[in-house]
Design a protein around this ligand. Structure first.
Ligand code: NDP
Length: 262
């Protein structure tokens, strides 16, 4: 699928794995030049080497950093400006969920989760905003259904994600009309996070296909399966594209029908 990004520059945080990597690939295939970041240099370099081979060295910029380090994020933005001269789309994707009930969650865990969820939005948004404004660009926030439909076994993630959703709405007003701000709300999408949980499964004889199918049944996903990262990437690419030029402050569910609210 081609989303019409010729001449555009996109930045994807957490671009070395899962949904972020699928988004980088989709945007490159759609004609964008793409900058990606992640913390682990080895994996990022391996991924960047393949992306450059497949899409051209000149179209890919990979920088190892944590989105929770404000100076590093500012330097990343400076490198994007120096290399590509603009930024049309920022995809705030970096992060992971935390599984714990209220009883299991320490004060430190609460602080870490709130820091990850909120500042992974705040620092990149602040750093890339001048370029986004100049380009009349867009921000797409990768969030979860947990923001609107909390789960007791993911108590602090759910609550922090509700805060992110609230922030998306405020930003969509404050940054209008220059920059559109939208989010996707994910259900369960196959990625590094789920592979790690699969590796820790109780019944180690269960295959990946069996484990994923049982998970989809247990969660009652109407489409009967977990999502593919490319399906999440498609929603992100759409919201960032010209086709979504009158959409801001919106949330698009990518969940196989998992939500129970209307
Ligand atoms: P993956 O673990 O496959 O990918 C996460 C990516 O984020 C990696 O590239 C990782 O690289 C990077 N990352 C994590 N923390 C940081 C950081 N502080 N700074 C920079 N990069 C970071 O996970 P997913 O693709 O599943 O997750 C993508 C997003 O989607 C996350 O925000 C996640 O919470 C959200 N999400 C996913 C769901 C799912 O079912 N998959 C459901 C709901 C939400 P590295 O570790 O090297 O930094």
């Amino acid at each position: 699928m081609h989303y019409g990004y010729e001449g555009k520059v996109a930045v994807v945080t957490g671009g070395s794995s899962g949904i972020g990597l699928a988004t980088v690939e989709t945007l490159l295939e759609s004609g964008a030049r793409v900058a990606l970041c992640a913390r682990t240099p080895g994996r990022l370099e391996d991924v960047a080497a393949v992306l450059k081979r497949d899409h051209g060295e000149e179209n890919v910029l990979a920088c190892a950093l944590s989105v929770l380090e404000p100076q590093a994020v500012q330097s990343f933005a400076a490198r994007v400006e120096e290399r590509f001269g603009r930024c049309d789309l920022l995809v705030n994707n970096a992060g992971q969920g935390r599984i714990s009930t209220f009883a299991e969650t320490s004060d430190e865990d609460w602080r870490a989760e709130y820091e990850l969820k909120l500042f992974s939005q705040i620092y990149p948004t602040r750093a890339f905003l001048p370029m986004l404004r100049a380009a009349r660009g867009a921000i797409v926030v990768v969030n979860s259904l947990l923001a609107l439909q909390p789960e007791a076994h993911m108590v602090c993630t759910s609550s922090a994600r509700a805060g992110v959703q609230n922030l998306v709405k405020s930003l969509s007003v404050e940054l209008a009309p220059d920059v559109r701000v939208n989010s996707i709300l994910l259900g369960m999408v196959e990625s590094g996070q789920w592979l790690r949980r699969f590796a820790e499964r109780e019944d180690q004889t269960q295959s990946k296909a069996e484990w994923y199918a049982a998970l989809a049944r247990k969660k009652g996903i109407p489409l009967g399966r977990l999502g593919d990262p490319r399906e999440a990437a498609a929603a992100i690419a759409f919201l960032g594209s010209k086709a979504a030029s009158y959409i801001t402050g919106a949330q698009l569910e990518v969940s196989g029908g998992l939500s129970r609210f209307i």
